[in-house]
Design a protein around this ligand. Structure first.
Ligand code: FUL
Length: 716
């Protein structure tokens, strides 16, 4: 869970002042830095700004476009996504840590900055904070003399990348968490980071809070009200005094909002503004994902997503690194909706990025660079149906500059720009940019191409903002393009571009039916595959007919063209096939319990009766697998339909040989499933022989019932 959830954002209208809990700021020991950011110089007779506009720091952030997240810490060594707070500092020992190499890999993939998890929810600090012993200074790494924050920040400076910090407000280690003393501690830590590590472009404040934790040995649940507890006004003040060029990621009191999911998705329409009094809301509600048109506050979205399923490094995910094409899709979802992209790379326990991670990111960059190298209309004739007096000619949209632009006269709230090319052009990507300094003005646009002596519409959308990118389903060819813009005031356009994506060999589709037969779709070429986790090459076995694959494992497949060029690698992991499985019993079911073992992620076992209400956790399902298996672990797929109601966040798995005598094989937490509902693959501490298993969902993210998409086992 990323943000403080308040389902009725209107509820807090009128709350003007926020309680600042127990924090007195010491005055900084050095001269106050001055903002280096200058507002854009607007040409004479520019239209008046419309509605909310960004601050200079927000503009600088928009201009970055993409930066990289680094999730690194004790979770890297424990395999967890959320540490409990009781992990030993001695686990941290990245023997090959090389900040220049990490930052160099990110720079090569075109990232403009890095945000490092200086402290995640487990409270472990990657810098030797003077306010806690729970940090690198008590680790064996560099004999306790190391400082990851310093090394990454300096590597960024050397490489010309910007640097930012993630400082988790929720701290499962600190004894005083939940009380005023912790707020002082948090502010003190923030001040250390704002003061000692050079210029920062971002302070990333996560909103997650699962309640329970170690808390100095208390091992209990602590509840806080995130609206008032952390002293946000004080934090804002400190950041603006000590790092005036930095933006804060967080709730509506921050500068940058969350897009509402950790899957790299966005809606077709995304507004950069929100109502001035809004609080952040769950992903499914406005205004988090979509923003609100004509909102009073400029509060643009960041798309944060990991290149792997989890945020931290887990060796088991080495084969599940997102492919270059998946990363390209994410880029369009983020940058193409006026958001920035914060793509996470988790360093390994040795302290380096995964090779595939760095390679796929570079390949993503190559595809994007090839696409955007050539604006097919950059030198063509452009005319506008109406142009404002002054230096606003239509051709200004082709000079790639945001500070020179086309603008309509005040009386025109709709206008057309027509681009005529001397020779036919073929394109499948459309790019538009507004002048955000003049507000998000455009409410709708469409694009027509001239075809068979008539106009044909190929695109029709609403929001533009800092940048809009759309990909057409297939390339189109024409000699004339008409862009129609609508706005409540005179529309303004900074840049326009048409591009053609390079051809790629798409990844094949891998599937397995309930009887355990494996299928791989053909694609344009021959399909080669591996079952040992390695990348398929031109000499890997050919896939032609379905093969029996009941025991499960990892399948990787790739299409090769006639010249032997390999396309994108598809990877799919399967547990043991569920063909012989039956539900023996269930403590309650409204959505049938069999839905949890039907291999269909869309159907749910749930206990929410629309008429009678909710049946509360804990709830247990018992499954007969039809044969004795040696189990290394189990899998749980949280509900995938975009809601967190009834989503299990903690549970138990017991096993039995005869269905009578049971033994607990695992119990624990499914960390971060609410924000990132990926497949949870849990390894048992000890391998178990069993024919039966029973799963109990103990805690849920929201509401008071159980909802489960799928359960499976990992057999030897
Ligand atoms: C989430 C956190 O709970 C995750 O662990 C991760 O840090 C992600 C970026 O934000 O809400």
């Amino acid at each position: 869970m990323k943000v403080h959830i308040c389902s009725h954002w209107k509820r807090i209208i009128g709350v003007a002042t926020l309680a600042v809990v127990g924090s007195v700021m010491n005055s900084p020991s050095y001269a106050r830095p001055v903002s280096a950011l200058k507002a854009m110089k607007l040409p004479a007779n520019s239209p008046a700004p419309f509605g909310a506009v960004p601050t200079p720091a927000q503009v600088a952030w928009h201009e970055m476009g993409n930066y990289a997240f680094l999730h690194f810490g004790l979770n890297t060594y424990t395999g967890r996504e959320w540490g409990y707070g009781d992990e030993s500092e001695t686990l941290f020992n990245p023997v090959d840590f090389d900040a220049n190499k990490i930052v160099g890999d990110l720079k090569a993939a075109g990232f403009k900055g890095v945000v490092l998890t200086a402290k995640h929810h487990d409270g472990f600090c990657l810098w030797p904070s003077k306010y806690t012993g729970h940090s690198v200074k008590n680790s064996p790494w560099k004999n306790g003399k190391g400082d990851v924050v310093r090394e990454i920040s300096e590597a960024c400076q050397r490489a010309g990348l910007k640097f930012g910090v993630y400082l988790s407000p929720w701290d499962r280690n600190h004894a005083e968490y939940g009380r005023p003393a912790y707020v002082d501690y948090y502010h003190n830590q923030l001040r250390e980071l704002l003061t000692n590590y050079g210029p920062l472009f971002m302070v990333w404040m996560d909103g997650a809070n699962g309640g329970d934790g170690y808390y100095g040995g208390a091992r209990e649940k602590r509840s806080i009200d995130a609206r008032t507890y952390y002293g946000m006004e004080e934090i804002r003040k400190m950041v603006s005094e000590l790092q005036p060029n930095a933006v804060i990621f967080g709730d509506e009191r921050a500068d940058i909002r969350w897009i509402g999911n950790e899957a790299g998705q966005s809606a077709d329409t995304v507004w950069a503004t929100i109502p001035g009094d809004a609080v952040t809301t769950p992903a499914t509600e406005q205004p988090l994902g979509h923003g609100v048109r004509d909102g009073e506050k400029w509060h643009p979205a960041e798309v944060d997503v990991s290149i792997r399923p989890g945020w931290f490094y887990h060796a088991a995910e080495d084969t599940r690194v997102k492919t270059p094409q998946q990363l390209v899709d994410i880029y369009y979802n983020a940058i193409g909706r006026g958001a920035d992209l914060n793509l996470n790379f988790p360093p390994s326990p040795k302290g380096l990025l995964g090779e595939t991670d760095a390679k796929n990111a570079r390949e993503m960059r190559r595809i994007l660079d090839e696409t955007f190298a050539d604006n097919l209309v950059s030198k063509v004739k452009v005319t506008a149906s109406a142009t404002r007096q002054g230096d606003f000619a239509a051709k200004k949209v082709l000079d790639e500059r945001r500070d020179t632009f086309w603008a309509a006269p005040d009386e025109a709230t709709a206008a057309d720009l027509i681009f005529e090319t001397p020779k036919p052009i073929t394109f499948d990507v459309v790019m538009l940019q507004e002048v955000v300094e003049l507000g998000q003005r455009i409410r709708g646009f469409s694009l027509d191409i001239w075809e068979n002596n008539d106009w044909r519409e190929v695109l029709n959308q609403q929001s533009v903002g800092f940048k809009r990118l759309d990909r057409l389903a297939a390339p189109v060819t024409t000699t004339k393009v008409r862009l129609h813009l609508r706005a409540p005031v005179a529309p303004v356009l900074a840049t326009f571009g048409l591009y053609l994506q390079p051809a790629t060999l798409d990844a094949p589709k891998i599937s397995r039916d309930r009887d355990g037969m494996l299928r791989i779709s053909e694609g344009r070429g021959t399909v080669r595959f591996t079952l040992d986790g390695s990348e398929p090459t031109a000499t890997s076995p050919l896939f032609d007919n379905p093969i029996a694959f009941a025991e499960g494992g990892t399948v990787r497949a790739r299409v090769f063209d006639a010249r032997g060029n390999g396309g994108e690698v598809a990877t799919a992991s399967f547990g043991h096939s569920k063909g012989k499985w039956k539900v023996v019993s269930v403590t309650a079911e409204v959505g049938p319990a069999s839905n949890a073992i039907d291999d269909d992620p869309k159907t749910l076992w749930h206990t929410h009766d629309g008429q009678k209400g909710e049946i509360a956790p804990p709830q247990t399902i018992t499954v007969d697998m039809g044969e004795a298996l040696t189990l290394k672990g189990f899998t749980y797929l949280p509900r995938q339909d975009g809601t967190t109601r009834g989503m299990v966040t903690a549970g138990r798995l017991e096993v039995s040989a005869d269905g009578q005598n049971w033994m607990e094989a695992w119990h624990g937490e499914f960390s971060n499933v609410a924000a990132n509902p990926i497949l949870q693959a849990v390894n048992f501490p000890v391998v178990q022989s069993a024919r039966y298993f029973r799963f109990t969902g103990d805690k849920v993210a929201e509401a008071n019932h159980i909802a489960i998409a799928e359960l499976g086992v990992i057999a030897q």
